[in-house]
Design a binder for this molecule. Structure first.
Ligand SMILES: [Ca+2]
Ligand SMILES: [Ca+2]
Ligand SMILES: [Ca+2]
Ligand SMILES: [Ca+2]
Length: 202
């Protein structure tokens, strides 16, 4: 196995909380359409409350039911504010978020397997682009789920490396050792594993 220089970078797009956080509490959640419903009124040109002005999402001269419904449609699509990738909702991004996460990929909003924390770009689909972004943020190399990436995981990685092809029936489900997501476990994956192995935190 050769070790190359690996730079782990990605771009994560999340919902624009500032745009949809109409009640101004710093998060976009179900309280925002509720706030709209509690503040129905015509937009007065003299009105200075910026949140009322912002709440007129469906531009029609009034903050009304159409705006609340609009916010709910966005909320249904993207989910409430949260830390992208924090699958176990403990406020921390670490390897524990990766445990079992692969089984949630290839799902879409409305399906039981859809996990909005994994929908990194909040487009309603948990797919390859989200997997790449998730893997950048989370150390997914704790294959044996014991809280550290060490020799025990190396043994598991090596076994997958020797099988090579993710389509091989001998490969563990969802091919966790295919770290660059190209369908095979080879030197390119080892280079990523090497970085993860040397990471101080899991
Ligand atoms: Ca977490
Ligand atoms: Ca997505
Ligand atoms: Ca481990
Ligand atoms: Ca690979």
């Amino acid at each position: 196995m050769g070790v190359g220089d690996v730079e782990i970078t990605s771009t994560v797009t999340t919902v624009n909380d500032a745009l949809y956080d109409v009640n101004g509490d710093g998060a976009f959640d179900s309280e925002d359409p509720a706030w709209v419903r509690a503040n129905f009124r015509s937009i007065d040109t003299e009105l200075e409350n910026p949140n009322i002005v912002k709440g007129n999402y469906v531009v029609d001269g009034a903050v009304d039911e159409a705006d609340a419904v609009f916010l709910e449609s966005i909320l249904e699509k993207v989910g409430p504010s949260g830390i992208a990738g924090d699958v176990n909702s403990d406020g921390v991004l670490d390897c524990q978020d990766s445990y079992g996460a692969l089984s949630f990929f290839d799902s879409q909003i409305g399906q039981t397997g859809y996990v909005y924390a994994l929908d990194m770009n909040r487009d309603g689909f948990v797919d390859q682009s989200d997997k790449s972004a998730f893997f950048i943020l989370v150390n997914q190399c704790d294959f044996n789920q014991d809280g550290s990436v060490d020799d025990g995981d190396f043994v598991i990685f090596t076994a997958a490396y020797n099988i090579l092809d993710c389509a091989d029936p001998l490969m563990p489900a969802y091919c966790p050792a295919d770290l660059n997501l190209d369908g095979v476990v080879d030197d390119a994956d080892f280079a990523i594993f090497y970085v993860r192995y040397n990471a101080v935190t899991c």
